[in-house]
Design a protein around this ligand. Structure first.
Ligand SMILES: [Zn+2]
Length: 235
Protein backbone atom coordinates (compact mmCIF):
# COMPACT_ATOMS: atom_id res chain seq x y z
CA UNK A 1 0.00 0.00 0.00
CA UNK A 2 2.78 2.37 0.88
CA UNK A 3 4.42 1.97 -2.49
CA UNK A 4 1.19 2.74 -4.26
CA UNK A 5 0.68 5.91 -2.27
CA UNK A 6 4.16 7.22 -2.97
CA UNK A 7 3.72 6.47 -6.63
CA UNK A 8 0.42 8.32 -6.66
CA UNK A 9 2.02 11.27 -4.93
CA UNK A 10 4.68 11.58 -7.63
CA UNK A 11 2.17 11.36 -10.44
CA UNK A 12 -0.02 14.02 -8.91
CA UNK A 13 2.83 16.39 -8.13
CA UNK A 14 3.55 16.66 -11.83
CA UNK A 15 0.07 18.00 -12.57
CA UNK A 16 -0.55 20.20 -9.56
CA UNK A 17 -0.31 23.43 -11.57
CA UNK A 18 -3.10 22.38 -13.87
CA UNK A 19 -5.44 21.04 -11.27
CA UNK A 20 -6.08 24.43 -9.67
CA UNK A 21 -7.11 25.86 -13.03
CA UNK A 22 -9.24 22.89 -13.89
CA UNK A 23 -11.14 23.18 -10.61
CA UNK A 24 -12.42 26.66 -11.43
CA UNK A 25 -13.25 25.77 -14.98
CA UNK A 26 -15.31 22.80 -13.91
CA UNK A 27 -17.38 24.83 -11.46
CA UNK A 28 -18.41 27.29 -14.15
CA UNK A 29 -18.95 24.91 -17.01
CA UNK A 30 -20.57 21.81 -15.66
CA UNK A 31 -21.81 22.68 -12.16
CA UNK A 32 -19.89 19.67 -10.99
CA UNK A 33 -16.51 19.40 -9.39
CA UNK A 34 -13.24 17.64 -9.63
CA UNK A 35 -10.25 17.21 -7.43
CA UNK A 36 -6.77 15.78 -7.44
CA UNK A 37 -4.88 14.48 -4.46
CA UNK A 38 -1.38 15.49 -3.43
CA UNK A 39 0.01 14.25 -0.16
CA UNK A 40 -0.37 11.45 2.27
CA UNK A 41 -3.41 9.68 3.54
CA UNK A 42 -5.47 11.52 6.14
CA UNK A 43 -5.31 10.98 9.87
CA UNK A 44 -7.05 8.09 11.52
CA UNK A 45 -10.55 8.72 12.81
CA UNK A 46 -12.80 6.87 15.19
CA UNK A 47 -16.13 6.62 13.38
CA UNK A 48 -17.85 9.58 15.02
CA UNK A 49 -21.16 8.86 13.39
CA UNK A 50 -21.58 6.17 16.03
CA UNK A 51 -20.52 8.39 18.94
CA UNK A 52 -22.71 11.30 18.00
CA UNK A 53 -23.64 14.24 20.17
CA UNK A 54 -27.31 15.30 20.01
CA UNK A 55 -26.70 17.98 17.38
CA UNK A 56 -24.44 15.73 15.30
CA UNK A 57 -25.96 14.67 11.98
CA UNK A 58 -25.20 11.25 10.52
CA UNK A 59 -25.61 10.54 6.81
CA UNK A 60 -25.94 7.08 5.27
CA UNK A 61 -23.68 6.05 2.40
CA UNK A 62 -23.97 3.50 -0.35
CA UNK A 63 -20.31 2.73 -0.94
CA UNK A 64 -19.83 0.99 -4.29
CA UNK A 65 -16.57 -0.40 -5.62
CA UNK A 66 -15.74 -1.96 -8.96
CA UNK A 67 -14.30 -5.44 -9.20
CA UNK A 68 -11.31 -5.97 -11.48
CA UNK A 69 -10.98 -8.81 -14.00
CA UNK A 70 -9.82 -11.13 -11.22
CA UNK A 71 -12.95 -10.37 -9.24
CA UNK A 72 -11.06 -8.33 -6.63
CA UNK A 73 -12.66 -5.10 -5.41
CA UNK A 74 -10.59 -1.99 -6.11
CA UNK A 75 -11.24 -0.99 -2.47
CA UNK A 76 -11.94 -3.66 0.14
CA UNK A 77 -14.76 -3.33 2.64
CA UNK A 78 -12.27 -2.85 5.46
CA UNK A 79 -10.52 -0.11 3.49
CA UNK A 80 -13.85 1.59 2.76
CA UNK A 81 -14.68 1.68 6.47
CA UNK A 82 -11.24 3.09 7.22
CA UNK A 83 -11.79 5.76 4.55
CA UNK A 84 -15.02 6.79 6.21
CA UNK A 85 -13.35 6.98 9.61
CA UNK A 86 -10.88 9.42 8.03
CA UNK A 87 -13.73 11.36 6.42
CA UNK A 88 -15.46 11.58 9.80
CA UNK A 89 -12.29 12.93 11.38
CA UNK A 90 -12.38 15.83 8.92
CA UNK A 91 -16.13 16.46 9.02
CA UNK A 92 -16.43 16.27 12.80
CA UNK A 93 -15.55 20.00 12.86
CA UNK A 94 -19.00 20.59 11.27
CA UNK A 95 -20.68 17.95 13.46
CA UNK A 96 -21.43 15.91 10.37
CA UNK A 97 -20.59 12.21 10.10
CA UNK A 98 -21.08 9.40 7.62
CA UNK A 99 -21.76 5.72 7.90
CA UNK A 100 -21.64 2.93 5.33
CA UNK A 101 -25.03 1.27 5.33
CA UNK A 102 -24.53 -0.46 2.03
CA UNK A 103 -21.24 -1.75 0.62
CA UNK A 104 -21.70 -2.92 -2.97
CA UNK A 105 -19.23 -4.66 -5.25
CA UNK A 106 -19.97 -3.98 -8.91
CA UNK A 107 -18.90 -6.21 -11.77
CA UNK A 108 -18.76 -3.53 -14.47
CA UNK A 109 -18.97 -5.93 -17.41
CA UNK A 110 -22.23 -7.41 -16.10
CA UNK A 111 -23.68 -3.91 -16.00
CA UNK A 112 -22.25 -2.99 -19.41
CA UNK A 113 -19.97 -0.48 -17.77
CA UNK A 114 -16.29 0.00 -18.50
CA UNK A 115 -13.89 -0.96 -15.73
CA UNK A 116 -11.87 2.04 -16.87
CA UNK A 117 -14.32 4.84 -17.74
CA UNK A 118 -13.02 7.11 -20.49
CA UNK A 119 -15.67 9.81 -20.89
CA UNK A 120 -17.36 12.15 -18.43
CA UNK A 121 -20.72 10.98 -19.81
CA UNK A 122 -20.00 7.51 -18.51
CA UNK A 123 -20.01 8.87 -14.99
CA UNK A 124 -23.68 9.77 -15.29
CA UNK A 125 -24.42 6.27 -16.58
CA UNK A 126 -22.73 4.93 -13.45
CA UNK A 127 -24.78 7.28 -11.26
CA UNK A 128 -27.98 6.19 -12.97
CA UNK A 129 -27.19 2.52 -12.37
CA UNK A 130 -26.11 2.81 -8.76
CA UNK A 131 -27.94 5.69 -7.11
CA UNK A 132 -30.70 5.03 -4.62
CA UNK A 133 -32.99 7.53 -2.95
CA UNK A 134 -31.94 6.88 0.65
CA UNK A 135 -28.15 6.91 0.45
CA UNK A 136 -25.43 9.24 -0.66
CA UNK A 137 -23.51 7.44 -3.38
CA UNK A 138 -19.72 6.99 -3.43
CA UNK A 139 -18.27 4.90 -6.27
CA UNK A 140 -14.68 3.83 -6.91
CA UNK A 141 -14.02 2.63 -10.46
CA UNK A 142 -10.88 1.28 -12.10
CA UNK A 143 -8.22 3.77 -13.16
CA UNK A 144 -9.69 6.10 -15.76
CA UNK A 145 -8.78 5.74 -19.41
CA UNK A 146 -7.61 9.23 -20.26
CA UNK A 147 -7.88 8.69 -24.00
CA UNK A 148 -11.45 10.03 -23.69
CA UNK A 149 -12.89 13.25 -22.28
CA UNK A 150 -11.87 12.31 -18.75
CA UNK A 151 -8.35 12.87 -20.05
CA UNK A 152 -9.01 16.59 -20.55
CA UNK A 153 -8.61 17.07 -16.79
CA UNK A 154 -6.14 15.76 -14.22
CA UNK A 155 -9.05 15.27 -11.80
CA UNK A 156 -9.31 11.96 -9.98
CA UNK A 157 -12.91 12.38 -8.81
CA UNK A 158 -16.13 14.02 -9.92
CA UNK A 159 -19.22 14.79 -7.87
CA UNK A 160 -22.58 16.17 -8.94
CA UNK A 161 -23.68 19.21 -6.96
CA UNK A 162 -27.19 19.26 -5.44
CA UNK A 163 -29.78 20.25 -8.01
CA UNK A 164 -28.35 18.05 -10.74
CA UNK A 165 -30.57 15.31 -12.11
CA UNK A 166 -28.20 12.60 -11.01
CA UNK A 167 -26.02 12.52 -7.98
CA UNK A 168 -23.01 10.65 -6.71
CA UNK A 169 -19.28 11.01 -6.09
CA UNK A 170 -17.16 8.94 -8.46
CA UNK A 171 -13.47 8.36 -7.83
CA UNK A 172 -10.86 6.37 -9.71
CA UNK A 173 -8.82 3.61 -8.12
CA UNK A 174 -5.53 5.54 -7.57
CA UNK A 175 -7.28 7.78 -5.03
CA UNK A 176 -9.59 5.11 -3.66
CA UNK A 177 -7.75 5.07 -0.32
CA UNK A 178 -7.45 8.81 0.23
CA UNK A 179 -9.91 9.88 2.89
CA UNK A 180 -9.30 13.58 2.28
CA UNK A 181 -10.37 13.25 -1.35
CA UNK A 182 -13.56 11.49 -0.36
CA UNK A 183 -14.18 14.11 2.33
CA UNK A 184 -13.70 16.83 -0.32
CA UNK A 185 -16.14 15.16 -2.70
CA UNK A 186 -18.70 14.86 0.07
CA UNK A 187 -18.22 18.61 0.54
CA UNK A 188 -19.46 19.10 -3.02
CA UNK A 189 -22.30 16.73 -2.24
CA UNK A 190 -23.16 19.12 0.58
CA UNK A 191 -23.18 22.03 -1.89
CA UNK A 192 -19.75 23.49 -1.08
CA UNK A 193 -17.78 25.13 -3.88
CA UNK A 194 -14.03 25.36 -4.19
CA UNK A 195 -12.07 27.96 -2.27
CA UNK A 196 -8.46 28.85 -2.99
CA UNK A 197 -6.83 28.01 0.31
CA UNK A 198 -4.44 25.08 0.57
CA UNK A 199 -5.48 24.55 4.21
CA UNK A 200 -9.11 24.15 3.22
CA UNK A 201 -10.83 20.87 2.50
CA UNK A 202 -12.43 22.60 -0.48
CA UNK A 203 -9.18 23.70 -2.14
CA UNK A 204 -9.26 22.45 -5.75
CA UNK A 205 -6.14 20.41 -5.06
CA UNK A 206 -6.04 18.34 -1.89
CA UNK A 207 -2.90 18.09 0.23
CA UNK A 208 -2.59 16.05 3.37
CA UNK A 209 -3.13 19.27 5.37
CA UNK A 210 -6.15 20.42 3.33
CA UNK A 211 -8.70 19.65 6.03
CA UNK A 212 -10.13 22.87 7.47
CA UNK A 213 -13.72 24.05 7.07
CA UNK A 214 -14.92 27.51 8.07
CA UNK A 215 -17.92 28.15 10.28
CA UNK A 216 -19.81 29.41 7.22
CA UNK A 217 -18.94 26.28 5.22
CA UNK A 218 -20.18 24.13 8.08
CA UNK A 219 -23.43 26.09 8.25
CA UNK A 220 -23.90 25.81 4.49
CA UNK A 221 -23.19 22.07 4.54
CA UNK A 222 -25.68 21.48 7.35
CA UNK A 223 -28.24 23.57 5.48
CA UNK A 224 -27.67 21.39 2.40
CA UNK A 225 -28.22 18.26 4.49
CA UNK A 226 -31.61 19.57 5.62
CA UNK A 227 -32.52 20.83 2.15
CA UNK A 228 -31.40 18.02 -0.12
CA UNK A 229 -30.52 14.91 1.85
CA UNK A 230 -33.20 14.46 4.52
CA UNK A 231 -33.73 10.85 3.48
CA UNK A 232 -30.10 10.07 4.17
CA UNK A 233 -30.16 11.31 7.79
CA UNK A 234 -29.88 8.52 10.34
CA UNK A 235 -30.07 10.26 13.69
ZN1 LIG B 1 -13.55 19.73 -5.92
Amino acid sequence: MRTLKVKTLLIQLSIIGYAAFIGGWIQNTFAASAVSFVGQEGRMGTGRCEAASPDHVCLALKYSVYRDHLGEPVVSQAEAFQNVREVDQVWSQCKIGFKIESFVQVDPSEDQLNYRPADTGELDIIRRRLEDPEHLLVVTTGTWNRAGTLGSSPANAWTSMPGENLYGAILEKPVGRFGNIIAHELGHYLNLDHVNDAQSLMNPVIYDHSTSLSREQCENARYAVRTYWQKMIRN
